[in-house]
Design a protein around this ligand. Sequence first.
Ligand code: PMV
Length: 353
Amino acid sequence: GDRQVFQASTTAPVNIAVIKYWGKRDPKLNLPTNSSLSVTLSQLDLRTHTTASCSSSFSSPDSLTLNGSPQDVSSARTQACLRELRQLRRQLEDSDTKLPKLSEMPLRIVSENNFPTAAGLASSAAGFAALVRVIADLYQLSSTPTELSRIARQGSGSACRSLFGGYVAWEKGTEADGSDSVAVEVAPVSHWPEMRALILVVSAEKKGVSSTSGMQATVATSTLFPERAERTVPKRMEEMKKAILDRDFDTFGKVTMRDSNSFHATCLDTDPPIFYMNDISRAAVRMVEEINQAAGKVIAAYTFDAGPNAVIYYLAENEHAVAGLFKNILGSKDGWAGSRGSAVQSNSEAQFN
Ligand code: PMV
């Protein structure tokens, strides 16, 4: 009957870029100034779990809660995603008039993150990826992950990369309507399953400068930025894809660290300057350098997003030399969460604050 409630649930993982997205050529459509590349972290650790339901018995408008608090569903970003998904559903309903008219029903969306929101831990990436995936499931759309990535991108740029597991590129595209600015798989997890990420939670507080306003300021004022976007990143995208396909950790690690530093250099070159890394972040950089020096090769690679938290990539065979060392040093500090199991691409978290 028309009181029926339709429901779907899904989880989406966090992804951490090794070639950073920083800069929009079209802020409305979230079209980037450069391509980017990320590793999707295990679903078991950092993820958003989202349930979406719809029913003609629900009262309008649509609603969204995150970790129990009501969110503004009227934001242009969320509206863009919901509008596109409803349009795809409407096409199905038009071609098969027996289908229930889910596109006309109010939506109730309930999301839970199992990690700090907006601490530079890519919460918006998992959040919008889960939102788009779950509504696509609810609406029984046959869209591919790449097609859904075009929609998730409009919620949060980096979200487009969380539609895939493993190693993922977001190709910036050339079309003005964003139709070719989508995520594609570089390699599945199974291609290089030994990759691990250690997350050092320097601060779980909300970040100071949002990625959107930070990017706008960098694009508008940094003179280093054009060099990065037009020359440095295109070259590194190719080096990084090859490193992943060759399972070449040395190149993967070097390019990851240099790209993180390049991104933070353009932040410092922004007027007024933007600081995401702090003294503890820089201590983590020095620790990684010491680990690599002691090993005589690159076995650990740091990267930082729009916040002070470090993500350190390494291979399982170096778990002891990398995660073990951080654990020894931080073990006595409050909140050390320890290593979390041995699942593929598992993450550990260390709390510094
Ligand atoms: O997707 P946004 O708008 O939260 O931007 C993410 C920007 C970085 O995390 C710093 C880099 C990236 O590619 O994920």
